[in-house]
Write a protein that binds this ligand. Sequence first.
Ligand code: E4P
Length: 215
Amino acid sequence: MKFFIDTANIEEIKTAVAMGVLDGVTTNPSLAAREAAPYKEILGEICRIVPGPVSAEVLSTDAKGMLAEAEELVKIADNVVIKIPTIAEGLVAIKALAEDGIKVNATLVFSSMQALLVAKAGAAYVSPFVGRLDDISTDGMQLIEDIITIYHQYNFNTEVLVASVRHPMHVQQAALMGADVVTMPFKVIDQLIKHPLTDIGLEKFIADYKKAGKN
Ligand code: E4P
């Protein structure tokens, strides 16, 4: 399973790269708004740090505008993936970009039928937002299972990218279900490595060694 980080923060990305676990990055306008530098500048730097796919989101809500934005965004680097919202105009843009060989990440997916449509239109990635579904008392991970079943049934190549991840259980469930990618905030990557028994065990090893008079 591929690990993407869901952030536009350069320091977090550098730390995750150094940990050796990062396969790509997803950004969105809300994440970019938290950073001081302009979005395109940040994307350029991220693409230099991470060799894997870097999702850059368009802001237009009509296909023409989305395609015009995509044309500028793909100039940033070869590993830019265009993030398109899952609306009717988005499908038109996904189809056109896919025909031009440009990879698209269909974002803001909340139903298996939206996922089926973006796969038919040619999206390289589908991003179901599990945390936001959980927030409204709907089982986000059930949606992942449904999409995986449907995609396998018809041999779609679209990769299932679990998004809006809130905690390690989302990541574990995604791995058990065989999701292709999980994108998560840095906080969740950090939580995945932590276990209290590891910390207790480590402390004891060091204390025992010192007690025996060794340094
Ligand atoms: C995915 O690509 C989105 O950027 C992201 O996962 C949204 O997550 P949120 O619901 O925590 O904002």
